[in-house]
Design a protein around this ligand. Structure first.
Ligand SMILES: NC(=O)c1ccc[n+]([C@@H]2O[C@H](COP(=O)([O-])OP(=O)(O)OC[C@H]3O[C@@H](n4cnc5c(N)ncnc54)[C@H](O)[C@@H]3O)[C@@H](O)[C@H]2O)c1
Length: 343
């Protein structure tokens, strides 16, 4: 039996409570939030769960093995560092921390205390995302030329971070997981339309060492919800639409230059073949993610959403910020941080 506490019961925290409650061999001992009304609402549904407004009660409770943190990004480092230092395994909602220095510090504290640190990159447990990773890694799509993605809808504006810090971790973690590499360059254009100096729309370009390029569009200001990614490979193309009942469609389409030497008079051959929509599991990603956290605690395995991947995602967002700080210039992202090489 793993004994858990959950800290932060705002928009996202109750989803963690519900999934953790259903996890076998897991007991939700305590929930913690600064707001009494958030605690009351959880206690009405789960009367056996303890509540506290004081995070120190969680850290000081020796019966708690693991702490799940779902508070605003600016608090992640302080809360996670305290829980790790108290010998707790820690799951922190994305992004792992508000800077790569903070994220690396958390990795170091976790290593020192021999406990699991896992960032909550939920999409790595989404069946369509896993299926597309298999397609990419098996070579079925051929060389990945480019990936283009839109993650837009109306709200929710975050008080303490830009849209790049809020929505960016989803696409950045997916790209990192699919391609197995961190981009070497980033450039970005953004605008704070509603709250001055807090970008609520961002257009981000990423270049990967393998040659793949990606465009990521993020926004809290859009008339309708779009979660659409196109992967274009030399052999096949994939459209992933997370809002569709057919989330993955594989197109046997492409273009070839039969005889590149006669460039002046070339004729391209276009191929438009079958479109396949594979069956995709209906598993809830958040449940699978918490299961992976528990498994890492029990067996010492590295979770798919590893701390190292979490550090790399933060480095990608930092690169976006530094491009925005220099009028959208193309900034280089250094080699992986020492801890991140295996991610
Ligand atoms: N994985 C996902 O798909 C997903 C989706 C949404 C949000 N998130 C992440 O979840 C986290 C929380 O986001 P949210 O939208 O729920 O935020 P929110 O502002 O709605 O909720 C945060 C909660 O934390 C509480 N809190 C703040 N400081 C605290 C402290 N020191 N001790 C105890 N409680 C404290 C607040 O009272 C509030 O109830 C963020 O990291 C966000 O990026 C992840």
């Amino acid at each position: 039996m793993t004994r858990f506490a959950i800290v932060g019961l705002g928009y996202w925290g109750p989803n963690l409570v519900r999934n953790l409650h259903e996890l076998p061999d897991a007991e939700l001992v305590t929930v913690c939030d600064l707001r009494p009304e958030a605690l009351e609402s959880i206690q009405r549904r789960y009367p056996a769960v303890g509540t506290t407004q004081d995070f120190q009660d969680v850290v000081g409770d020796d019966s708690i093995d693991a702490v799940v943190i779902s508070t605003p990004v600016s608090t992640h480092h302080r809360l996670a560092a305290a829980a790790l230092s108290a010998g707790k395994h820690v799951f922190v909602e994305k992004p792992l921390a508000a800077s790569s220095a903070e994220a690396l510090d958390l990795v170091e504290i976790a290593d020192r205390n021999n406990v699991v640190l896992m960032p909550g990159h939920t999409f790595l447990y989404s069946p369509p995302v896993m299926l597309i990773r298999d397609l990419i890694r098996s070579g079925e799509l051929g060389e990945i030329y480019f990936i283009s993605t839109s993650r837009v809808n109306l709200g929710l504006h975050q008080p303490d971070v830009s849209v790049a810090w809020d929505l960016g971790p989803h696409d950045f973690s997916i790209l990192r997981y699919w391609l197995g590499e961190t981009p070497c360059h980033a450039s970005a254009l953004a605008r704070g339309c509603v709250i001055p100096n807090t970008p609520d729309v961002a257009f981000i370009n990423l270049e990967f060492p393998s040659g793949t390029v990606a465009h990521v569009e993020l926004s809290w200001l859009a008339p309708s919800k779009l979660r659409r990614t196109t992967v274009v490979g030399s052999q096949k193309m994939v459209v992933y639409d997370d809002t569709s009942s057919e989330p993955v469609r594989i197109f046997d389409s492409g273009a070839v230059l039969p005889n590149p030497e006669t460039f002046g008079e070339y004729k391209l051959t276009y191929r438009t073949g079958d479109i396949v929509s594979p069956r995709v599991d209906a598993a809830e990603p958040l449940f699978r993610e918490l299961e992976d956290f528990q498994n890492a605690i029990k067996t010492g395995s590295t979770p798919r959403s590893s701390a190292h991947l979490g550090v790399e995602v933060v480095r990608m967002i930092e690169a976006v910020d530094s491009s925005l700080d220099s009028a959208g210039s193309r900034v280089s992202i250094g080699a992986s941080a020492p801890h991140a090489a295996a991610a």
